[in-house]
Design a protein around this ligand. Structure first.
Ligand SMILES: Cc1cc2nc3c(=O)[nH]c(=O)nc-3n(C[C@H](O)[C@H](O)[C@H](O)COP(=O)(O)OP(=O)(O)OC[C@H]3O[C@@H](n4cnc5c(N)ncnc54)[C@H](O)[C@@H]3O)c2cc1C
Length: 548
């Protein structure tokens, strides 16, 4: 019997994760990638001996990675518990040394990072967040002793949200509204549906602590002013399984996923932009995806098509409107897109900087928080001040820079292209302002003199290179009315055999979520294609338990 053919558009972490899962389910999968290399947002820029991960740098939930590397052909393990007792057991949560599970270690070396983040306030003081309750309490006491009691309550509330919202419901696919109504009362009881910052303010009086316990959704494109408080679970996800780094950079993880996918028999074509999803049927009747057409005119037939590309672009640019009853242009255009980012990649001489007062991950907050968030997300204007996330991977892995140098990137949240900003003009200006700030505030003394490499990307990169509508950096914005059932569906409501995978769809953005998404999409595909249960539930022989 010939194998069913699957086509995936895009080789982001979501596309690669789905590719691995489809190969394990027995499909014959080809990934078509527009760029010349894999990773999507996790593409790697190499220049003058420096290695820059262009996007994700903070890895969480290493057992999701281990799960993917453990799959074998014909053994899709989709029936296994998503959070096996081993990974929930505190004894197995390693705080130091390597955290690669046995299957992961064959592909990439993943190590924990401590502290998770150093969070600098505008007055130059900082908070080192490392998930250790004792050190957290000590630092809270130094900032605002009255908030200690609030922290204990916040901790309990965030844990309850994590237990229900992530461990129990994280993998629930909300394909119909009934599934959502069933869980809504629980989430209301947990107070998980109101905006995160308002939730955090109930527990902390100090504006500094309000920022420390609410900034994390910004790393997946959500505003603390509008993401639902269910995102308080990020705090707990990090505390439970730590924050990790792939030695050599996230690009090494991507490389590992590509190798795994190819070992399972999958194929990737680069420089292969898909220009059309071929659909057969009629607007009010049944519609079926039959294959894809590439920009160069080549056609590839398929039994199923999965798009890892942007939600809005997939529907509006790749599928004729005559096949879209639900995802019509108007609905797609009304969907709120996440913010964008300006990211500066830079390499600098490290001589004399042995006592650099920075960590691997640094959040440098500006003078304003809420007003800045409103300008980025709602008013879509360029603010006079900024906050940034400064990443210096060469502090952990010196091989990312030439000897005697550091490789760094700093990410500044900015509005998406729904505003009116000319990035050809503003990009270089903001880049200079940010680097000057890092030098003048003493974060990196004499930075300008030390610089040996510098480049930057703006929302135009996301729009033009990654095909993301309005240059969004994180896909559809994670707000309550775009969550669960109301988020784009992993299985198209319009077209049979068309699936979506990645940050735009359920459960949402961020590397762990897109891996979860791939599993959820694979489960729907296995069901719809009647993949035999022995394959769906088959488990590779792994005598050794993956410790994370
Ligand atoms: C700067 C930045 C920093 C981030 N930091 C973190 C972090 O530290 N931790 C974390 O967990 N998350 C982080 N994120 C979020 C995370 O990177 C994303 O959620 C995740 O990588 C998205 O993966 P994806 O599979 O959805 O798709 P993408 O990475 O968006 O990949 C989609 C792919 O589809 C391709 N494509 C699009 N259209 C076509 C077409 N027509 N034909 C062929 N190919 C096409 C694109 O070229 C791309 O390769 C960050 C994001 C950014 C932008």
């Amino acid at each position: 019997m010939s194998r069913k053919k699957a086509v995936i558009i895009g080789s982001g972490i979501g596309g690669l994760s789905l590719g691995i899962r489809l190969q394990s389910l027995g499909f014959d999968t080809t990934i078509f990638e527009k760029l010349d290399a894999p990773g999507g947002r996790a593409y790697v820029r190499r220049a003058e001996g420096f290695v820059f991960d262009m996007g994700p740098t903070v890895l969480t939930v290493p057992h999701f990675i281990e799960e993917l590397f453990s799959l074998e052909s014909g053994k899709a393990a989709l029936g296994e518990p998503d959070f096996p007792s081993e990974v929930m057991d505190p004894e197995n949560r390693i705080k130091s040394g390597t955290t690669s599970g046995p299957a992961t270690s064959k592909y990439v070396n993943i190590v924990p990072i401590l502290p998770f983040y150093r969070i600098y306030f505008d007055d130059g003081t900082y908070f080192d967040y490392d998930g250790d309750p004792e050190s957290t309490r000590r630092q809270i006491e130094a900032i605002e002793p009255d908030d200690l009691e609030g922290y204990e309550k916040f901790h309990a509330a965030a844990k309850a949200i994590f237990d229900r919202g992530f461990v129990e419901l994280g993998y629930t696919y909300f394909g119909n509204i009934g599934d959502m109504l069933k869980v809504a009362p629980d989430l209301i009881k947990l107070d998980a549906l109101r905006p995160l910052l308002s939730f955090v303010k109930d527990y902390f009086k100090s504006p500094k602590l309000q920022q420390v316990f609410s900034f994390e959704p910004l790393l997946v494109g959500g505003s603390p002013l509008s993401v639902p408080a269910i995102y308080a679970m990020i705090h707990f996800v990090e505390k439970t399984w730590g924050i990790h780094f792939a030695m050599g950079g996230t690009g090494e993880l991507v490389k590992g996923f590509v190798r795994k996918f190819e070992e399972l028999g999958g194929t990737i074509q680069y420089n292969a932009e898909v220009s059309k999803i071929d659909v057969e049927g009629s607007l009010f009747g049944k519609k079926t995806a039959k294959g894809i057409e590439l920009k160069d005119g080549n056609y590839h037939a398929a039994d199923l098509v999965a798009s890892n590309g942007d939600y809005a672009n997939t529907y509006m640019k790749l599928i004729d409107s005559k096949y879209r009853l639900i995802n019509q242009d108007l609905k797609v255009k009304l969907t709120r897109q996440s913010m964008s980012v300006l990211v500066i990649y830079f390499g600098f001489k490290a001589d004399g900087l042995e006592d650099l007062d920075l960590q691997h991950h640094n959040i440098i907050l500006g003078p304003r928080y809420e007003a800045l968030l409103k300008e980025i997300f709602d008013k879509k204007v360029l603010s006079p001040d900024f906050s940034q996330y400064l990443h210096i991977p060469s502090l952990t892995d010196p091989s990312m820079a030439p000897p005697g140098h550091h490789a760094a990137y700093t990410l500044v949240p900015v509005p998406n292209n729904g505003g009116n900003i000319n990035w050809d003009i503003e990009g270089p200006k903001l880049t200079d302002k940010v680097l000057t700030f890092l030098e003048e505030r003493g974060y990196i003394p004499n930075l300008k003199e030390r610089l040996v490499y510098q480049s930057h990307i703006t929302p135009d990169y996301f729009e033009g290179t990654l095909n993301s509508y309005l240059g969004n950096a994180f896909g559809v914005e994670p707000i309550l009315i775009q969550s669960a059932f109301f988020r784009p569906h992993n299985q198209s409501e319009d077209i049979q055999n068309l699936y979506l995978v990645g940050a735009n769809t359920q459960p949402g953005g961020g590397t762990p979520s897109v891996m979860m998404c791939a599993k959820m999409t694979a489960r729907e595909i296995a069901k719809n294609f009647d993949v035999p249960q022995e394959i769906v539930n088959g488990v590779a022989t792994t005598p050794e338990v993956a410790t994370v």
